[in-house]
Design a protein around this ligand. Sequence first.
Ligand code: GLY
Length: 359
Amino acid sequence: MTLLRVEVDASPAYTVHIGVGALKLARAAFASERPRVLISDARVHGLHGRTLDPDGEARTLLLPEGEDAKDFAHLGAAVEFIAGASMDRRGCVWTLGGGAISDVGGLAAAMFMRGVAAVHCPTTLLAQVDASVGGKTAVNLSAGKNLAGVFHQPRAVYADTGVLATQSDDEFRSGLGEALKTALIAGEELLGLLEREVVRLRSRDEGLLCEVVAACVRTKARVVAADPLEAGGRKALNLGHTFAHAIEQVAGFGKVPHGVAVAVGLGLALRASREMGCLEDRALPARVERLLASLGLPPDLASLRRSTGAPLGARELVRAMGQDKKNRSGEIRLVLPRAAGKLELEVAVDGALLESWLP
Ligand code: GLY
């Protein structure tokens, strides 16, 4: 299959290579690195490490899977590891894994010698459609998710959609939640594609996955190029995320997969949009709810409580939302959809009112 290329016009500009075989393409570039430093986790490295590093000679740091890696202890270990590989300022840190691995590896690269390059090879749908592109890196604090980090654009991204066949169903569904978020930002074309192709999506049809990842990356590239540091338009990418981060924090980091929390957050953002008088497309909430259910994602907070057993009380969620980094002067600020492709970026919502709408 031919690989697709999406250019991200950030500074510096870089290419996202998408499709089956992207990891093989990455191999030659990785082989030319001196030193060859790879950050991954044991499961992903066991499955795909040899595709990128066939002779197993790279200096490889294996972090725990998922959110467990996103703390200062593992970030410190990653920076020490890079130093231990005798990297100099011309060096480049490669990551192979999901969004948590590119978050910690990208942040370690940004910190070492005040910044060496990073290349990401995302192996989850969520990281391919969102996390690996755009340069956000972070670890979690007890006060909230992703509260300590920097923007550090990668030098390149290799999104091999062939590896998505090895993702667990739960992880794959989580990626679909983030793809749906991107569709609500992009507009009718991508939203309609997801609605029409539920069956092929769930069966992980290779051609369709390549098309969906490329459409999501094109949307993200457009948004990031216009506002790389999230001063304005990039806030759109946080649609559903103020709710999602609160859900993840209250449930305990790592208990609810990020994209599943985002999926529920999208439904809650639509509810808030209706309550705040922003919603123009009155049919959109039911459409999104139907799509979430057919993709195997919880369509609302009550379903998430049932499926996870986590109490996720309205008061605790609103308190956690109050700590979100997108807020200003203690006000909760939400991205709210008016219609597919049309968002309101900073709507201040009163916490008590919000609590009364949460089911
Ligand atoms: N994941 C949202 C962003 O990259 O801005």
